[in-house]
Structure formats: structure tokens, C-alpha cells
Design a protein around this ligand. Structure first.
Ligand code: AP5
Ligand code: MG
Ligand code: ZN
Length: 208
């Protein structure tokens, strides 16, 4: 099964993808995580995209499409994958629907106010990409990753300025994909403003 998760920043795409990949045996491919790992390792890709991510702009389509194309060719993707945060422009969506089989595009529906509440309290693990929230999903030990014991961080793009820009970019560039995937009869709209177990079970019930 090949799924796309799309929606506003902070809608819970990463959180739910991590739940679903374990339970459905799918590979979780987060383009954001790929870019952040490249930035951390100071690779050529990382140096190219650092300031783009910090500002909450989008990485150029061509670069992003070729990166995902290469990733899904790896053998672990044979049994299916979740694309988390890709495609997120019409150009990417059109290219991808020509290139790959899409079983469903899951749209995480959420208000801007809720996005801000979630992103302001998010803490992430720079090592294993686990996701926490100071109120909604606390780590067992304050500031420490439950999975790998690394110190949690606030993502650089979770500053107020970057959150506002990411929302603007989302509304202009990614929201039109709802209509695009509706026309392709691939869209599943999910109410993302429920606890994560409920969001998960809503999705699990609709993709079967
Ligand atoms: P990316 O990493 O994809 O960031 P994003 O789209 O802004 O989404 P987030 O990761 O911020 O949110 P999420 O939906 O995963 O929510 P999460 O589960 O963490 O992309 C980063 C950047 O990379 C982009 O800005 C761009 O520069 C670049 N990029 C990536 N893909 C690209 C592409 N295709 N093209 C071009 N550029 C690209 O949850 C958020 C918080 O809420 C957490 O604290 C969590 O604990 C909490 N939470 C989650 N679910 C719930 C719930 N149900 N109830 C309460 N709290 C919850
Ligand atoms: Mg994410
Ligand atoms: Zn960790």
C-alpha cells in the first residue's frame, strides 16, 4: 500500500505515520526528516537547503521529486510506504501521479490556531526523529527522547515567524492538492483535531 499524508504543518502527519508504519509494516518517508538529516550531517544537499527550511520556504520541486523517486526505488519500499509531506505542490503531485501508484492521499484537516498550539509546544529528537509535545504528548523524562535518550530540541522552523510563513506557503501551494486528489478520487479527508489514537483509527478504517 502506497499512501500520501498531506496537510498543514503540525497537523500530525509525522506522529500518525510513525504509528501506522509499525502497525501496517510500511516504510515512513518524511521529506522534512531527510532534509533535516542532510542539514545535520552538513552534506551537499544539507548546505543547499538549510536556509530554505529555516525560513519555512519550499525546496525546489525538481530536487524534491528526484530525491523521493530515488528513495522509493530502495528494496525496503517494495511492500509499501507512507510519503509524509510529499507531494506538497501541484507540480510535485502531477509528477508523482504519473510516476507512482497512489492508493490514497490522506488529508489532515486542521485549523491554523490549532497548528500554532501544536507547533509552539513541539519537541523533537534530532537523532531518531521521535515527536513529542510539552502538553499533548510528554516525554517520560523532561527534555529527553523516550526512544534513544538524546536531548530533545525545538525545530528551528518552529519559531513564530517561520510558523506563519509555513502556514502561508501551505495555504497557497499545498491546499490546492485537496481538489487535485479529489478529482483523482484518491483523497481521504481526516479530522486531525482529535486525539492521535482516534486520528489513527479513522485512517486505518478508511484505507482498508
Ligand atoms: P516537514 O518536516 O514535512 O514539516 P511540515 O510539513 O511543516 O510538518 P510538520 O513536520 O511540522 O508537522 P506534522 O504534520 O508532521 O506534525 P507532527 O506529527 O510533528 O517539512 C519541513 C520543511 O522541509 C518544509 O518547510 C520545506 O522547507 C521542506 N520540505 C519538506 N517536504 C517538502 C516538499 N515535498 N517540497 C518542498 N519542500 C519540502 O505534530 C506536531 C505537534 O503536534 C507535535 O508536538 C505532536 O506531538 C503534536 N500532535 C500530533 N498529533 C496530535 C494530536 N492528534 N493531538 C494533539 N497533539 C498532536
Ligand atoms: Mg512532520
Ligand atoms: Zn530519539
Amino acid at each position: 500500500m502506497n499512501l500520501i499524508f498531506f496537510g498543514a504543518p503540525g497537523a500530525g502527519k509525522g506522529t500518525i505515520a510513525k504509528m501506522l508504519k509499525d502497525r501496517e509494516n510500511l516504510v515512513h518517508i518524511s521529506t522534512g526528516d531527510i532534509f533535516r538529516t542532510a542539514i545535520k550531517n552538513k552534506t551537499e544537499l544539507g548546505l543547499k537547503v538549510t536556509s530554505i527550511l529555516d525560513k519555512g520556504e519550499l525546496v525546489p520541486d525538481e530536487l524534491t521529486i528526484s530525491l523521493v523517486s530515488e528513495r522509493v526505488k530502495e528494496p525496503d519500499c517494495k511492500s509499501g510506504y507512507i510519503l509524509d509531506g510529499f507531494p506538497r505542490t501541484l507540480v510535485q503531485a502531477e509528477a508523482w501521479s504519473k510516476e507512482a501508484t497512489i492508493d490514497a492521499a490522506v488529508y489532515f484537516d486542521i485549523s491554523d490556531d490549532e497548528v500554532v498550539r501544536r507547533l509552539c509546544g513541539r519537541r523533537t529528537c534530532p537523532n531518531c526523529h521521535s515527536i513529542f509535545h510539552v502538553e499533548f504528548n510528554k516525554p517520560k523524562k523532561d527534555g529527553i527522547c523516550d526512544v534513544c535518550n538524546s536531548e530533545l530540541i525545538i525545530r528551528p522552523d518552529d519559531s513564530n515567524e517561520s510558523i506563519n510563513n509555513r502556514l502561508k506557503v501551505y495555504h497557497t501551494q499545498t491546499e490546492p492538492l485537496v481538489e487535485y486528489f479529489t478529482k483523482l478520487q484518491k483523497v481521504i479527508v481526516i479530522n486531525a483535531v482529535q486525539n492521535s489514537e482516534k486520528v489513527y483509527s479513522d485512517i486505518a478504517g478508511k484505507i482498508k
